[in-house]
Write a protein of this length. Structure first.
Lengths: 238, 238
DNA sequence: CCCCGGATCGAACGTCGTTCTAGTATCGAA
DNA sequence: TTCGATACTAGAACGACGTTCGATCCGGGG
């Protein structure tokens, strides 16, 4: 009456007899909607239409939109987790950290809607905890205190989420429609910046060319590298 | 017909004759609503009620909710900018960078709604550009390439926004009502984490005590320090 | 005096999340 | 076979939201 008993956080849908729509189907359709047109496209009515059911049916599997979003996010993070778990372990823990952070970043670039809901996922169990564990494991091979390890992982996730969110934010609708390409968009900004008073805005003048031609991935990699080199320094001085 | 001609991004409201509600008043009320009860509290009806007007009036000053949010955010960032500009410049550029980042972080902690709208503010002009400039100026005193300076500032803002967003997300309604205090909330998580299989979750087991008693500000300061020490290393090796 | 344009107002529209009631299919027990 | 409980489906309805629109007010220049 309040919903299906439990959901397997992993694995195939176990013996549900003849349900035409499982929770898995709902989540899959939700993720598809999010992928196709972002967060505003995920409405109960659109989801019901896609599944060929009524809105009431969705509420049988999920108690409200927050839970739908949480479960859909966890569903998507499952994919990232699989990727990260498939990565081979190297001799250098920091290199492993880097590889995982990049995999996570790429996943968010693929699904920009993830960044908005990534941080508010307070699930104790689920895939995000498992991902957190995976991200933390390389720090166990570093000469750090538990506190330093804790801070290191949160620093790395901050960099990933922070830059990815920044990235997802800078995409106004004009550019998604193909009306205007990214370079022209950046160039318009750059031009306005160049016209600023260079006595009042010396820094902006200094970096405007870099901004005009910047690559988001390079920007992320540079930020990540700063954190990682700080971490390497910390581990070496232990 | 489409709104007031322009808005002074700074300064007193100039000679508007007898408007009972200026844009400044609208923005002030909007920020007040956001401060009192967060983003969901800011609705056109609530705002109109607070101003003692109709909803239509607000649309005279602002063309839609996105613009309202952008302007309100910029309004709030003006306060941070004033704080940052009031800080004295020291001999150490990195220390200045640190101080600014901390001021920004504290401002977001004060106004958690800022984190959500901080990144999507793509205004070319306005206070966020000025703040960006201020954040970048210390890097001019560092021995770096323009590209490195550009990356350094975006790395720092990523850390600030990333951790602040993470922080704002981990506040479920129970804790804001005073129903449950933060320590008990963290302890509940910690307990569930402790019951996990330690072979499968070695890292979580390692840091669970740190997590249970962690301070958000310390977490941010640690992440910031990693980036700054990486930056110092980069500047020294120039 | 009238009129014109800046400024104000609130009813109304469409969409959203959510609730509720009615309904159908399946199965074990009587 | 009948009955009721359980699992699930369906869509009308409600209130709140963002937004639009025509009506209205009001001061200053003709």
């Amino acid at each position: 009456m309040t919903g299906p008993r439990t959901l397997p956080t992993q694995g195939a849908p176990r013996g549900r007899k003849r349900a035409s729509h499982s929770l898995e189907a709902v989540l899959g359709a939700a993720v598809a909607l999010l992928d196709e047109a972002g967060a505003p496209a995920l409405t109960f009515r659109a989801l019901a239409a896609r599944l060929g059911t009524g809105v009431g049916t969705i509420y049988w599997y999920v108690s409200n939109k927050d839970e739908l979003l949480d479960r859909a996010t966890d569903h998507a993070i499952g994919g990232v987790l699989a990727l990260v778990e498939g990565q081979p372990q190297s001799d250098d823990p920091i290199a492993d950290l880097r590889a995982m952070a990049i995999a996570l970043f790429d996943a968010i670039v693929d699904r920009p809607w993830l960044s908005a809901y990534f941080m508010r996922n307070t699930d104790v169990q689920g895939n995000s905890l498992r991902l957190y564990e995976k991200l933390g494991q390389p720090t166990l091979r570093l000469d750090l205190t538990p506190r330093q390890r804790f801070h290191a992982v949160s620093a790395i996730t901050s960099v990933v989420v922070g830059t990815a969110a920044d990235l997802g934010a800078e995409i106004p609708p004009e550019i998604l429609d193909g009306t205007m390409d990214r370079d022209a968009y950046l160039a318009r900004f750059a031009e306005q910046w160049r016209s600023l008073d260079s006595a009042e805005f010396p820094f902006v003048q200094e970096i405007v060319d870099e901004f005009a031609g910047h690559d988001d991935r390079d920007q992320f990699l540079a930020a990540l590298e700063l954190t990682l080199s700080g971490l390497r320094l910390q581990a070496g001085a232990g």
